[in-house]
Ligand binder design. Structure first.
Ligand code: SF4
Length: 359
């Protein structure tokens, strides 16, 4: 049985890079039997992540937005239904937390932009009440100094024992970052100066950060640019990074703007990884094969540099092969607990109160 998470063996096996999913078999990993109200008996991947989709509202409008891409990949509009009443959303979330807690997942909060959600701190408290291991929030950083419940969101993340703060930025240059992520002009934005203040606070606490960068032809597009990006962020206190390849998706389903943007901007990580070998200062550390993603981790200037490629199609191929397996879980804004990112697919525990709530 293959070990995962903290028990994982630290090895770097380059053959995995090209073998990829041919080498992946979820049955080699530990799975736990579990009964769900609507899906019945399932095998749950032991190291799974439980994502809380807090809201789809965002102050940016990235052409590559993964949240939108996941729906477009299934020929669906990214137009999520919401439990509108805040108290009811939190009540249902608590109900779902009790369902997933015995399985001991890691937890992440995602959106949209979670730090501009008025209920973020309520969600932080609720997750803390049930004591989940490894808690991550993915954000563009904009609202971390917003006040909620008498303190900044950043301090609330620390107070309620969040472990990881993932901040997405496409460039070390604020003008380029603003332009690519299409921020609304008059709305909050987290600049490099703000990031310096954020990291100064986070680095004195148990909250670990990770700066997440999508590789794009119009921004970070080569090993030299990756190094420059890391060098610039080291100056504001960063030490942990992830560089992601634009996801592969279904060309028949995704809308024209996204296809054009993604096709003309894609940087292939396989090429970057080959180039890494010409830079001895980038030291291979570990590689990981997941059910639809592959990650290589390097060390550089005392920093951890992860790099990840993922294929949305592969996610469905893998799930089709093992229909009894739950690989991840998502709590959606419509109250459903699902085995994936679409709020009416792979429903494990359906929320029945939506009509009542909308009255
Ligand atoms: S910041 Fe994140 S959620 Fe917002 S549009 Fe960009 S990718 Fe999507």
């Amino acid at each position: 049985m293959k070990k995962v998470g903290a028990e994982r063996e630290i090895t770097f096996d380059k053959t995995l890079r090209y073998a990829r999913q041919k080498e992946y078999d979820v049955k080699e990993y530990e799975r736990v039997p579990y009964h769900f109200k609507d899906a019945g008996d399932k095998q749950v991947y032991k190291n799974f992540n439980f994502s809380i989709f807090i809201d789809d509202i965002c102050n940016a409008d990235c052409k590559f937005c993964v949240a939108q891409l996941r729906y477009a990949h299934r020929s669906m509009l990214y137009n999520k239904i919401h439990i509108k009443n805040k108290r009811e959303y939190l009540r249902r979330l608590e109900e779902v937390l009790k369902i997933v807690r015995p399985l001991n997942p890691s937890v992440s909060i995602t959106g949209g932009e979670p730090t501009i959600s008025p209920i973020l701190t309520d969600v932080l408290k609720l997750v803390d009440k049930y004591g989940f291991r490894k808690r991550t929030i993915t954000t563009n950083g904009s609202g971390l100094f917003n006040i909620q419940d008498g303190d900044t969101i950043l301090n609330n993340l620390i107070k309620y024992h969040w472990d990881h703060l993932n901040i997405s930025r496409t460039s070390y240059d604020d003008n380029i970052n603003r332009k690519i992520m299409r921020y609304e002009a008059d709305k909050e934005y987290s600049s490099m100066e703000d990031l310096k203040k954020i990291l100064a606070i986070a680095n004195k606490s148990p909250l670990k950060h990770r700066i997440s960068c999508l590789l794009l032809k119009e921004s970070v597009n080569s090993v030299e640019e990756i190094k420059k990006y890391v060098d610039e962020y080291i100056k504001v206190g960063a030490n942990n990074f992830i560089f992601r390849e634009l996801m592969d998706y279904d060309h028949k389903a995704v809308n024209k703007e996204k296809i054009e943007y993604c096709d003309s901007n894609k940087i292939k990580l396989n090429d970057i990884w080959e180039d890494f070998e010409k830079y001895p200062e980038l030291k291979p550390y570990l590689n990981i094969l997941g059910y639809y993603y592959y990650v290589e981790i390097y060390k550089y200037r005392g920093c951890t540099i992860a790099s990840e490629s993922a294929d949305l199609n592969q996610q469905y191929v893998e799930k089709d092969k093992n229909k009894d397996t739950v690989y991840e879980m998502v709590f959606h804004t419509n109250g459903n607990l699902c085995g994936g990112w679409i709020d009416n697919e792979e429903i494990l525990d359906k929320y029945d109160g939506l009509n009542l709530d909308n009255k």
